[in-house]
Ligand binder design. Structure first.
Ligand SMILES: Cc1ncc(COP(=O)(O)O)c(C=O)c1O
Length: 328
């Protein structure tokens, strides 16, 4: 019986969903949403805070500030509340209402940057606000998830070895790319310890991470309109880019089999199935990482009006329905 005294003390690291029945491929989905922050970002947040405490950047009276599309903000809100820091989360209108409410309930201040930057995205605008805040008073501490090595190191230390332990004969690992902390931590670990494992990055169409023009992206978590400074492509064997309607369909297909995951999981699963179709992956053992669960996306990915306004009336086509009736 796990008994904990701090909210970061529990994280379910050993749970996988077998997707063979639903998607017809050997994909084992590693669930990272079972902790008190509800997402994989608990790991990066904990490692970054502890590193900053160790090197003296973060001390009593400090105010944490971070740009986040939501999940890191929730994790930092939780850690700040449990360790006695204040926290300001700088986000944008795509941050889910439930996520924002959660941060506020944990005692954080949420600042929403409403004007996009010149590329049409919000990241540069968010970072400008963070920089201005830090320049205004030295009590503000920006951990900077985009370039902080503790972000990828958390996955090098925990996520990747946990996968390697459970899947000693793994062929391919599919990882979504946001800041690329998860991707780079896993890729560095496998290159060093199990170099035969292929690392396939999954990104959203409209993200500039692996080149390509910026475009509209409405589902938070993966992709960016500013190239991630942490990314070293020499560690990545292949890249798959997924259109948002395919992300949505994968999410609904999972939901119709009883598993509600977040938007980025739909992207990763959709990218993984396409990659396996294109590479004759029938005999391959693969793991894909699911960063969070579905409840935070009830007003977006799982709301018919939101979907139809953005992607058209046919977005939830017979493919999803047939999975539902097949399962019945
Ligand atoms: C839901 C979700 N998926 C994926 C990611 C991407 O993870 P990373 O920043 O490690 O690339 C994030 C990061 O915030 C996220 O919130």
């Amino acid at each position: 019986m796990p008994v904990i005294s701090g909210p970061t003390d529990f994280n379910q690291e050993q749970l996988y969903v077998d997707l063979r029945a639903t998607f017809g491929h050997n994909i084992f989905l590693k669930c990272e949403g079972f902790n008190f922050a509800g997402s994989i970002k608990l790991k990066a947040a904990t490692e970054m805070v502890e590193a900053a405490e160790r090197d003296g950047t973060l001390k009593p009276g400090s105010v944490l500030v971070e740009s986040s599309s939501g999940n890191l903000g929730v994790a930092l809100s939780m850690i700040a509340a449990s360790r006695g820091y204040r926290f300001v989360c700088v986000t944008d209108p795509r941050c889910n209402l439930a996520t924002r409410r959660m941060m506020e309930a944990l005692g954080s201040r949420v600042h929403i940057v409403s004007e996009p930057d010149a590329t049409g995205g919000y990241l540069a605008a968010r970072i400008n606000y963070v920089r201005a805040l830090c320049a205004s008073d030295e009590k503000y501490v920006w951990l900077n998830q985009y370039s902080n090595p503790a972000n990828w190191r958390s996955h090098y230390r925990t996520t990747a070895p946990a996968i390697a332990r459970e899947f000693p004969h793994l062929d391919v690992l599919f990882v979504g790319a946001g800041t690329t902390g998860t991707l780079m931590g896993c890729a560095r670990y496998f290159r060093e310890w199990h170099p035969s494992v292929r690392i396939v990055a999954v990104d959203a169409v409209g993200s500039v991470t692996f080149g390509g023009p910026p475009g509209r992206r409405m589902i938070p978590g993966l992709g960016t309109n500013v190239r991630p400074p942490m990314l070293d492509e020499s560690y990545v064997d292949d890249v798959v880019r997924v259109e948002e309607p395919d992300t949505v369909r994968a999410c609904h297909r999972l939901a119709r089999s009883g598993f509600m995951f977040g938007g980025s999981t739909g992207t990763v699963v959709s990218g993984a199935t396409r990659w396996l179709d294109e590479h004759d992956g029938r005999d391959l053992t693969t793991v894909a990482i699911a960063p969070d669960l579905g409840e935070r996306y009830l007003d977006t990915v799982y709301q018919t009006n939101w979907l139809q306004d953005l992607y058209g009336d046919d977005i939830l086509d017979e493919d999803v329905v047939s999975v539902g009736s097949h399962a019945a």
